[in-house]
Design a protein around this ligand. Structure first.
Ligand SMILES: Cc1cc2nc3c(=O)[nH]c(=O)nc-3n(C[C@H](O)[C@H](O)[C@H](O)COP(=O)(O)OP(=O)(O)OC[C@H]3O[C@@H](n4cnc5c(N)ncnc54)[C@H](O)[C@@H]3O)c2cc1C
Ligand SMILES: NC(=O)c1ccc[n+]([C@@H]2O[C@H](COP(=O)([O-])OP(=O)(O)OC[C@H]3O[C@@H](n4cnc5c(N)ncnc54)[C@H](O)[C@@H]3O)[C@@H](O)[C@H]2O)c1
Length: 478
């Protein structure tokens, strides 16, 4: 067995790990090793953010043709070439992966170690069967994997996860999506728009982690117009049926259905890759799910020399958060024991469906009843949205009584990705609704909808009107 002694060992060369490696290296003279057990290229580029957005882009092109006649534009019958769609998804994806791999190639080969790492104790790792690494501090940046409900295993090779979808050579005839979370909706809607028969199964009434019941209601209504969205549905039986998968389910109204699909896509959440690490040997405190307890400002696990970042910690499993957390964890691992809080930003999440969904700052679920006013705008008759035939959705923003400060927002609607950034920047800089209303707004733009919501909030703040609809019990179950 080879022996290696370093200042910092980073486990996982994903987005969080690569950033942690650079941050730890920035401490002059520190010896850092980056350990990777799988392929280089990151989840984001290989099987996450980028290929999913490529699939969605193709779906948007198809949808544009399907809706063009409403403008009086008749492009003729669309023909979707599934092989060409998937070829572009894969080749563009490979370009993105190529950039990441080129970055890894620029790292000093002496700093790279291939193999799966596990702890022997808090300061020693075994990598594969070939190397023992002694490290003064360690960053765990091992990412996450799809959660597979045990019941789905009976689908055999017809069971797929996101990784498999982006490796497809062609589009299948039909897909059953289990889980109406972010991945299920993004991929499910894209496939449907590309001519695949899709059914989405949700065990509860929620979609894509929305917590504001009014926004959820509008979003669900919009998705139902085009998607076979089966909420509050129980999967009774899943089995392989020749080249298909057969699913028996019981819907919200109690009726049972049995039908076959080409594939079953498991999209019921992701779990941190911690199982193989033998964290119990490190002495750090774990919660009931086996996740390390850590300080979200320093990313330190207790007062140990172990830091955690990215999807591995399950805090905010998003790309920009993985990078921020990786930077903080790597910096602190490099300077250990002189640990310092790093920059955490206002929460921001965007779902690339149509309508897009977004949440900013404090979501509805985390607000204190009676402490805030809601400003709302419907996009049903919002000028620019109507012009573009994208007039559906609802934005609700939350402002604190007394200070008038923007606390957060949830929304479904056109260009939510851009509105969410404006709101997140305002939230992050502590702006009040009044200050936001002093900002310029052009005409005719979607942002005028945001201004309407701000006026609504301002009226309620001036009247001291508390949000009366709010109650913790009405948070929709997952
Ligand atoms: C389909 C999909 C779409 C997404 N879309 C978006 C989006 O649009 N926007 C967004 O912000 N986020 C999106 N995400 C989330 C985003 O991709 C993740 O939050 C982010 O990639 C996590 O980065 P990470 O560094 O934590 O993990 P990863 O990039 O997965 O890196 C972890 C690395 O650790 C390695 N590893 C694991 N265990 C070990 C071990 N024991 N030893 C050695 N190496 C190990 C793995 O092989 C892997 O390379 C999406 C995710 C998915 C699945
Ligand atoms: N646009 C983006 O930023 C983007 C896109 C894709 C993924 N992501 C990230 O990836 C993460 C994972 O996405 P996801 O869609 O897998 O997770 P999710 O948490 O968004 O959704 C999981 C879904 O599975 C359902 N579910 C959970 N357990 C179940 C069970 N036992 N039976 C039936 N259904 C069950 C939940 O009710 C929920 O609808 C997201 O939280 C997000 O952070 C982000």
């Amino acid at each position: 067995m080879d022996q290696m002694t370093v200042d910092v060992a980073v486990i996982g060369a994903g987005s969080a790990g690569l950033t942690a490696y650079k941050a730890a290296r920035s401490h002059h003279g520190k010896r850092v090793v980056l350990i990777e057990g799988g392929p280089y290229g990151t989840t984001c580029a290989r099987v996450g953010c980028m290929p999913s957005k490529l699939l969605i882009a193709a779906a948007e092109a198809a949808h544009g043709m399907a809706t063009a006649p409403e403008f009086g534009v008749h492009p003729g019958a669309a023909r979707i070439d599934g092989r060409a769609v998937m070829a572009r998804v894969r080749s563009e994806r490979d370009r993105f992966v190529g950039y990441v791999v080129a970055g890894v190639d620029r790292i000093d080969p002496g700093d790279l170690l291939r193999g799966c790492a596990r702890f022997l104790d808090a300061a020693r790792l075994q990598v594969g069967e070939h190397t023992i690494v002694q490290a003064r501090s360690v960053v765990v940046a091992t990412g996450s994997s799809p959660y597979i409900l045990p019941q789905l295993a009976a689908a055999g090779e017809r069971l797929v996860v996101n990784d498999d979808v982006f490796a497809w050579e062609d589009l299948p005839e039909s897909v059953a999506v289990v889980g109406t979370g972010i991945i299920g909706l993004e991929i499910g809607q894209a496939l449907q728009r590309l001519g695949v028969r899709v059914a989405l199964f949700g065990r509860g009434g929620n979609v894509a982690q929305l917590s504001d019941p009014a926004v959820l209601d509008v979003a669900t209504g919009a998705f139902r117009q085009e998607l076979d969205l089966r909420l509050n549905t129980e999967l009774l039986d899943v089995r392989r049926d020749g080249a298909q998968v057969r699913i028996r389910s019981r819907g919200a109204d109690g009726s049972e259905r049995s039908e076959s699909f080409s594939f079953l896509l498991a999209a019921a959440g992701r779990v941190p890759n911690l199982q193989a690490l033998c964290l119990e040997r490190t002495g750090i405190a774990l919660d009931t799910r086996g996740l390390p307890l850590f300080d979200p400002h320093t990313m330190q696990c207790g007062d140990s020399s172990i830091f955690i970042a990215g999807d591995a910690d399950h805090e905010r499993p998003l790309l920009h958060e993985a990078i921020d957390q990786g930077r903080i964890a790597g910096d602190n691992a490099g300077r250990y024991p002189d640990v310092r809080p790093g920059l955490r930003r206002t929460p921001l999440a965007v779902v690339f469906t149509d309508p897009q969904l977004a949440s900013v700052g404090q979501g509805w679920r985390s607000l204190r009843p009676g402490s805030f006013a809601v400003g709302a705008v419907s996009f049903d008759n919002q000028g620019r949205s109507r012009v573009m035939l994208q007039n559906r959705g609802l934005l609700r923003l939350y402002a604190e009584h007394g200070s008038g400060r923007l606390l957060g927002a949830e929304m479904a609607g056109p260009r939510a990705e851009h509105l969410a950034h404006l709101l997140a920047w305002a939230c992050h800089s502590g702006m009040t609704v009044e200050q936001m209303l002093q900002m310029p707004f052009y005409h005719p733009v979607i942002e005028e909808g945001l201004r309407s919501a701000l006026h609504d909030a301002q009226d309620k703040l001036l009247k001291g009107e508390p949000e009366i609809e709010h109650c913790t019990d009405c948070t929709p179950g997952m």
